[in-house]
Design a protein around this ligand. Structure first.
Ligand SMILES: NC(=O)c1ccc[n+]([C@@H]2O[C@H](COP(=O)([O-])OP(=O)(O)OC[C@H]3O[C@@H](n4cnc5c(N)ncnc54)[C@H](O)[C@@H]3O)[C@@H](O)[C@H]2O)c1
Length: 312
């Protein structure tokens, strides 16, 4: 896995190692790995823009499947579009080329709801629909989906992709996206009983709790190739606004208060779907989420309060 030290990678690696054996799952990233990744299996430094190093690692360690999580996310991408281009487009190109040349078994590269744009229907957005994103991140995700699907047809590379919605998790902080507020709000609710949100109160977006994110990723990796009509899939578990999640948190912390100071991320959010139709994922590989807003909120508060030692 590339980008293993990020929000999704840290928790996905743990589950992959539990299932397939620690030695069989290699974590790679650019920095010193967090403790969680150092205990059960190998980790190496790898910058995905270092193509020679990437090829050498794939050959030396006899890698069959690459999960390419290294990415620059939406908000960071708007601050530095050139970095988003290099990391996301050139990084994915390197990975897909390596899979083609080395005849690897499978390549999983996440996409995002950011692959949709303002001209995409916003409610119950279909799997196959117009995609004209207006962020650097979104443009890079459309490239990844289309280049990956081209490699399926042209070279028989087994490329698969999930259009993750906003991912909420308790272990590793998010890496600079537009849905980060839905994680920050829990830390602030527990620490200060107050949160100032960088999106407007009615900014509805599709979301998913980390256990469902991990489940969807492993289910798609393990799906029989013959069953896949699509290669890039909408996946979702819930949709809510900042006002909705604040109301849900208030059920557990009655004196919690939310304030709104929308910044540049509000414009990004407005260009994305409000809810997703994930019927293709349900039909082709049996996708079915476990957590809705109420179940996720309860679990996040319980897990975080234990970890941070804060009662509520
Ligand atoms: N977290 C979400 O809400 C969300 C939503 C939709 C899609 N996604 C996608 O899921 C994937 C994983 O996202 P995440 O949330 O874990 O992101 P993250 O930002 O938390 O982690 C990405 C990791 O990639 C690393 N990275 C950046 N450039 C690199 C390079 N050149 N070489 C090697 N590593 C590099 C970063 O250091 C970081 O640790 C990404 O493709 C992202 O676009 C995430």
């Amino acid at each position: 896995m590339t980008g293993s030290y990020g929000q999704i990678g840290t928790e996905l690696i743990e589950e992959l190692r539990a299932r397939y054996g620690g030695e069989n799952v290699i974590a790679t990233g650019r920095k010193k790995p967090p403790e969680i990744l150092r205990k059960d299996g190998p980790y190496y430094r790898l910058d995905v823009l270092d193509n020679d190093h990437l090829h050498n690692m794939l050959v030396d360690y006899d890698i069959d499947i690459i999960i390419h999580n290294a990415s620059v996310l939406s908000a960071v991408g708007e601050k530095n579009p050139q970095l988003a281009y290099r990391t996301n487009v050139e990084g994915a190109y390197n990975v897909l080329e390596a899979a083609r040349i080395l005849k690897m078994d499978q390549v999983m590269i996440p996409s995002s709801i950011a692959a949709f744009g303002p001209s995409t229907p916003k409610e119950n957005t279909p799997n196959d629909v117009i995609m004209r994103p207006t962020t650097a991140y979104g443009v890079s995700k459309v490239f990844i989906e289309l280049w990956g699907e081209y490699y399926v047809e042209r070279y028989g590379v087994d490329f698969r992709s999930l259009r993750y919605p906003g991912i909420i998790s308790s272990e590793t902080l998010p890496g600079g996206g537009t849905t980060d507020y839905a994680v920050e709000i829990f830390y602030e609710a527990l620490k200060n009983k107050e949160y100032t949100c960088f999106l407007a109160e009615d900014a509805m977006l599709p979301m998913m709790y980390m256990p469902d994110c991990i489940k969807s990723t492993i289910d798609l990796i393990e799906a029989k190739e013959d069953n896949l009509e699509h290669r890039s899939f909408n996946v979702t578990a819930m949709s809510f606004t900042p006002a909705d999640i604040a109301a849900e948190i208030k059920k557990h912390i009655p004196d919690f208060e939310i304030h709104y100071e929308p910044d540049f991320r509000q414009k990004i959010a407005e260009s994305w779907p409000r809810s997703l139709d994930d019927s293709a994922a349900r039909e082709e590989w049996g996708w079915n989420p476990d957590y809705d807003l109420a179940a996720m909120t309860k679990d996040m508060l319980e897990t975080l309060s234990k970890r941070l030692g804060l009662k509520y």
